[in-house]
Design a protein around this ligand. Structure first.
Ligand SMILES: Nc1nc2c(c(=O)[nH]1)N[C@H]1C(S)=C(S)[C@@H](COP(=O)(O)O)O[C@H]1N2
Ligand SMILES: [Mo]
Length: 399
């Protein structure tokens, strides 16, 4: 049942941070005698981990977990291998108390939805990759020679999953769009109160979802249980997890995630006159490919079948090439085989055979998408380290 609410919606849902949930489980939270407020945590209680899943499969970067491409095989990344990017610890949300509020100045009315309400709406599925805009950031230092600020991700801030749930546009229709609606801002229920707006056109896209499931199972807490947005082709930051509020605005919305972060800053990147930021905000990702090998890799001499993943926000990848060279010089490009389905929002897998001679080598791959966009040989520095997509030199020692 969908309840219209009057005035500005109250804070939706009942949220406990992971720390509070752990403390509650351990008896660390004391209810005040009137039952209205929580007592404080023991001051010297150790900080709990920022995530729920077993971090041992991952490379840890503070509150973030980087996946290892060499651990991934099929089209879909298993949840226990899927990277996590958290601006604050994973909140544990009570599904029964959960409410999603939808409204704002661009809406006809304020509505509040339960998880059951969302489950009654028509469900749509999309197989889509999700990548952090800062994936590959560590190569700004090792390849471009100038470090960029932020988590020093290698190639593993990416995964591909099947996401299902109602379309965002069907949820917006429940609140009713006014003619003046311009932007749709999404608010997370985590401590960071993560927000990222999108223009109405992206919100109305048939593949912009409020995902309730990932690979057929309810969302894992680390990936946004009970509801996350999923914006295929856009930087991961826009796919807001633990969604609590959808605000329909009558003007452009400026938040941290499109002014101080997720903007291109640097001498080659002039600020955009439409944005109150020192750089132009980014939304789409870039065409890229990466080998499913450790970085650096070590192989025995002989013929190896190597494989990897290639993807573009603009549609399926049409071609992947590879070459074996050195740090300073690429070898001749050769075609890799594309394997498995080529879907509009998913990544493609590729493979090729390489006869590895003893010595130190540098392998490179480059993807070309169906629109003809190809990974470049070089890239321009930006201070926050986003969207690096040059044909990555991957060192391989053969011995
Ligand atoms: N509420 C909330 N949503 C969020 C974030 C966050 O910190 N809080 N991080 C964003 C970023 S930067 C990325 S890259 C993706 C990562 O999604 P994942 O952790 O499910 O892999 O979630 C996005 N959604
Ligand atoms: Mo991200």
């Amino acid at each position: 049942m969908i309840r219209p609410v009057s005035g500005f919606a109250r804070t939706p849902g009942t949220v406990m941070t992971r720390r509070e949930a752990l403390a509650a489980a351990a008896g660390g939270i004391v209810l005040a005698s009137c039952g209205e407020s929580f007592g404080s945590l023991e001051p010297d209680a150790p900080e709990p981990p920022a995530f729920v899943k077993d971090p041992s499969h991952f490379i840890m970067h503070g509150s973030n977990l980087e996946a290892r491409l060499e651990d991934m095989d099929g089209l879909l990344t298993p949840v226990d291998r899927f990277f996590v990017r958290n601006h604050s610890p994973t909140p544990i949300i009570d599904a029964d108390a959960y409410r999603l509020s939808v409204g704002g100045p661009g809406a006809e009315r304020e509505v509040e939805l339960t998880l059951a309400d969302l489950r009654t709406l028509p469900s749509h599925s999309v197989i889509a990759y999700l990548e952090c805009a800062g994936n590959w950031r560590r190569f700004f230092e090792s390849v471009l020679g100038q470090a960029a600020a932020g988590s020093q991700w290698g190639t593993g801030a990416i995964g591909c999953a099947e996401w299902s749930g109602p379309r965002l546009r069907d949820v917006l229709a429940l609140a009713g769009l006014r003619p003046g609606a311009v932007d749709v801002n999404l608010h997370g229920l985590d401590d960071s109160a993560w927000q990222r707006p999108m223009p109405l056109a992206k919100a109305m896209d048939e593949n912009t979802l409020l995902a309730l499931t990932m690979n057929g199972a309810p969302l894992h807490p680390d990936h946004g249980f009970p509801v996350r947005a999923l914006l295929p082709g856009w930087i991961g930051a826009a796919s807001v997890k633990w969604l609590g509020r959808i605000e329909i605005a009558t003007g452009k919305v400026w938040v941290a995630a499109n002014t101080t972060s997720y903007v291109l800053i640097g001498e080659h990147w002039p600020p955009a006159d439409y944005a109150p930021a020192s750089g132009a905000p980014i939304d789409q990702g870039a065409v890229k490919s990466a080998l499913a090998l450790p970085l650096p890799a070590r192989l025995s001499p002989g013929i190896h079948r190597l494989r990897g993943f290639a993807y573009s926000p603009h549609g399926p990848v049409a071609r992947v090439e590879w070459n074996a060279g050195t740090t300073s010089a690429a070898g001749p490009w050769r075609d890799a085989r594309l394997i498995g389905p080529r879907l509009p929002h998913a990544w493609s897998r590729f493979e090729f055979e390489w006869n590895a001679a003893p010595g130190n080598h540098v392998l490179r791959t480059r993807a070309t998408d169906e629109t003809g966009l190809r990974q470049p040989a070089e890239a321009l520095y930006n201070a926050k380290g986003y969207l690096l997509n040059l044909a990555l030199p991957h060192p391989v020692a053969v011995e």
